[in-house]
Design a protein around this ligand. Structure first.
Ligand code: PMP
Length: 432
């Protein structure tokens, strides 16, 4: 039997657990920079980057070469058993990139969830407290503690019972739903009054730009106010930049544009160009409160991933990826704002740099989840891969590699425009 999208889909359904989702019913055969080919030979423009992992594109030649070179030396020793230079070099590079004064230190992990949980462990050790405040719309991962902090029950926690305790939920600012900075800060003060005293809270964890939550950007003043509140109460402020980091927003960390510095920065995804690497960076005084053996893991900071990360960091400098993020963001935003004039279903176009979301609503102001799914499907049929997001599944996310060819970016946006014009034609009595 030949291997096709259709045959593989049925093999997948028989062999792979149902809980592992699949956004598109096609299977990858190969990819290059901003394009993917499926196993039926269809070509797609990639506006997903494997969920914001490929800021430097699929198979950047420098990343490929660095990994191949490392394969000629060794693949694994476990850094906790026999360390190697590339791990140390990645930490040095990230320490230098992290905003704020003073001596920084970094610990490496494999996944964002693992890094997020490690940041909480560091905050707990530092404060000798155990509570955490996370936000509505947050996404911090699927492992149990990360899931407890993730602000969306279905589908992530459906049927799994209650998540680990001592996580309290504050409101993330959301202009479209009338939650301003004061309301968000007020919701933290409410937690202090109703649920947990500040002296029991180890950390406040937030995304400077919520990714899975539908590209919600922290408004001006929010991070500075969080910073002041954490200083007042002795709470560790953790910025989860797993999705917003590694240059996507036009600065290496999004929080650099937000007027205040967190104690701990969590990074992952694009930092290693597709190899699994994540980490936590912060002041040495905070990072070093965990004793030897308290952080790490068998594969944490794997040599192939470290080699890839060093290549990615070089590419970011040499190819001016931060400026490129701003350019890609500007082009995308301009086109989307023009589409918003034509298609009333587009309720909002928002983002920072090249991390951009398009929120879709029905004429009566409800989240247009069906329309969003239809757009994702019809764009795929036209050769453009998109991802939906948002608490209500009604936000299209623009996540093209930052190395996207500008004509490919424009071609992708034209496909999206065509799909809008087909699906959003005014039809009497039918809007979504
Ligand atoms: N934090 C954020 C902000 C994320 O976007 C994600 C992944 N989407 C994670 C944490 C979890 O990362 P991983 O899937 O690598 O565990």
């Amino acid at each position: 039997m030949s291997v096709t999208n259709e045959t593989l889909l049925s093999r997948r359904q028989a062999a792979v657990a149902r809980g592992v989702n699949q956004a598109h019913p096609i299977f990858a055969a190969r990819a290059l920079n901003d394009r993917i080919w499926d196993i039926d030979g269809n070509e797609y423009i990639d506006f997903t980057s494997g969920i914001a992992v490929l800021n430097t594109g699929h198979l950047h030649p420098d990343v490929v070469e660095a990994v191949q070179r490392q394969l000629g030396h060794f693949v694994h020793t476990c850094f906790a058993v026999l360390p190697y230079e590339s791990y140390v070099a990645v930490c040095e590079r990230i320490n230098a990139l992290a905003p704020g004064d003073g001596l920084k230190k970094t610990a490496l992990f494999s996944t964002g969830s693992e890094a997020v949980e490690s940041a909480v462990k560091i905050a707990r050790a530092h404060t000798r407290r155990s509570g955490v405040i996370a936000f509505t719309g947050a996404y911090h991962g699927r492992t149990l503690m990360a899931l407890a902090m993730t602000g969306k029950v279905a589908p992530y926690a459906s049927g799994m019972g209650l998540m680990p305790g001592h996580v309290y939920r504050a409101l993330y600012p959301d202009a479209l739903n009338n939650i301003d900075v004061d309301a968000a800060l007020g919701s933290i003060e409410r937690i202090f009054r109703n649920d947990a005293a500040p002296e029991d809270i180890a950390a406040i964890i937030f995304e400077p730009v919520q990714g899975e939550g539908g590209i919600q950007v922290a408004p001006p003043g929010f991070v500075a106010k969080l910073r002041a509140l954490c200083d007042r109460e002795g709470i560790v402020l953790i910025a989860d930049e797993v999705q917003s980091g590694a240059g996507r927003t036009g600065t290496f960390f999004a929080v650099e544009q937000m007027g205040a510095t967190p104690d701990l920065l969590v990074f992952g995804k694009s930092v290693a160009g597709g190899l699994p690497l994540a980490g936590v960076t912060g002041h040495a005084s905070v990072m070093d409160t965990v004793g030897p053996g308290g952080l790490g893991g068998t594969y944490a900071g794997n040599p192939l991933a470290c080699a890839a990360a060093l290549a990615v960091l070089d590419v970011m400098e040499r190819e001016h990826i931060l400026a490129r993020a701003r350019q890609v963001g500007e082009i995308t935003r301009t086109e989307l704002l023009a589409m918003q004039q034509r298609y009333p279903s587009i309720a909002d176009v928002r983002g920072l740099g090249a991390l951009i979301g398009v929120e879709l609503r029905t004429p009566d102001g409800q989240p247009a989840k069906d329309l969003t799914s239809k757009l994702v499907m019809s764009a795929r049929d036209e050769g453009l891969l998109l991802l939906a997001g948002g608490t209500h599944g009604n936000v299209l996310r623009m996540l093209a590699p930052l190395t996207v060819e500008l004509r490919t970016l424009e071609a992708g946006l034209r496909i999206l425009d065509r799909c809008f014009s087909t699906l959003c034609r005014p039809e009497p009595g039918r809007h979504d």
